[in-house]
Design a protein around this ligand. Structure first.
Ligand code: NAD
Length: 254
């Protein structure tokens, strides 16, 4: 383990451009369950059911069903970032991380102070009116404080949608995410099983012969075979990142 930590610190120290890819697993230590883990909704309710409900067709055709589920399972607003989010923000400020591509919708990287964040699945903080030509934007606390199950726009009465990518929708920031991953000298994947596409496809296309791939994940990922270093997160991922950060000399702040 210490050997792996030393190796990751050395790779970071030698890298001119490091991108971090994060999935739901980086936020479990902050208190948000992932979908696939023991507390996750895939385990509790079944993946098929979840995919049918948080789906753009269900949202459009049966918004009550969507919102019943969303209000119960997506309470992200009160959660504070975990150690892992703070260490990544610190390493960006110290010029060791150049961008974070995240599948998460919880906004915890931004709350922790990361500046160059590329969210591909949107953000649960914003709600947008779906009525043609309206597009009014609301913050989550305003939208979800609506006494009606399905929140509506105060201006036009249109249905509000959380600004998150539902099943059946295209990801956001496709090109920026792809560029940031493919052009990195060092790619560090944290808390993702690398099974959710298209992000998993970008990591698959990353050339691990000429570039270095590091994975910090509890359990297997689809790219373990290509990783220079894999840490299967014994203990906590936040603590592992703190140990790596402590080994890195000052580099001049970004
Ligand atoms: P995923 O496929 O990326 O799996 C998460 C991975 O993280 C799993 O392999 C799990 O074993 C690992 N993990 C859990 N705790 C960890 C820890 N402390 N340290 C390191 N690794 C850890 O993601 P998913 O759970 O299948 O979710 C699918 C998609 O749903 C995500 O890509 C995301 O868009 C969305 N989602 C977002 C959030 C969030 O915003 N916090 C939470 C759940 C799901």
């Amino acid at each position: 383990m210490q050997n792996n930590i030393n190796q990751i610190a050395a790779l970071m120290a030698n890298s001119r451009s490091t991108t971090v890819v994060t999935g739901a697993g980086i936020s479990t230590e902050a208190g948000i369950p992932d979908f696939r883990g023991p507390e996750g909704i895939y385990r509790k309710l079944g993946e098929d059911k979840v995919m049918r409900i948080i789906n753009i067709d269900t949202f459009r055709q049966r918004p009550e069903l969507f919102y019943e589920f969303y209000r119960e399972h997506f309470k992200l607003a009160e959660v504070a970032p975990g150690r892992a989010h703070y260490v990544l923000a610190e390493l960006e400020a110290r010029n060791y991380i150049h961008g974070v591509v995240t599948q998460n919708i919880d906004g915890l990287h931004q709350k922790a102070g990361s500046k160059n964040v590329i969210p591909v699945h949107g953000t649960a903080d914003r709600f947008v009116c779906q009525k043609y030509h309206c597009g009014a934007v609301y913050d989550a606390s305003t939208a979800l404080s609506s006494p009606e199950l399905v929140p509506r726009c105060e201006k036009c009465g249109g249905v509000l949608k959380p600004d998150v990518v539902l099943f059946g929708e295209s990801i956001q920031n496709f090109m920026d995410a792809q560029d940031s991953i493919l052009s990195a000298q060092l790619l560090i994947v944290i808390g993702s099983s690398l099974t959710v596409y298209p992000l998993a496809g970008f990591v698959r296309a990353f050339d691990s012969f000429t570039q270095d791939l590091v994975i910090l994940n509890k359990g297997p990922t689809s790219m373990d075979h290509a990783a220079r270093v894999k840490i299967d997160a014994p203990g906590t991922t936040g603590a592992v990142l703190e140990q790596i950060a402590a080994l890195l000399p000052e580099r001049g702040r970004a």
